[in-house]
Design a protein around this ligand. Structure first.
Ligand SMILES: [Zn+2]
Length: 65
């Protein structure tokens, strides 16, 4: 196995990916983030509601802008 890819979180929607531009909203991503939450059913998730998440996926709780 090669080294693990660095995970980055979107500064706008907090979606976690491995790329420098968010594949979901096109905003810049950051390596400086904390806490990971997987949203499997955003319509029923209280966390998703609080965070304003409108799609399933993995998100960061905090992203440093
Ligand atoms: Zn985004």
């Amino acid at each position: 196995m090669a080294g693990r890819a660095v995970l980055k979180a979107c500064k706008s929607c907090r979606f976690i990916s491995e790329v420098s531009t968010c594949p979901r909203c096109g905003s810049e991503t950051s390596k400086e983030w904390q806490g990971m939450v997987a949203i499997a059913d955003y319509e029923k998730s209280e966390i998703a509601k609080k965070m304003g998440i409108t799609a399933n996926g993995t998100y960061a709780l905090k992203v440093r802008a």
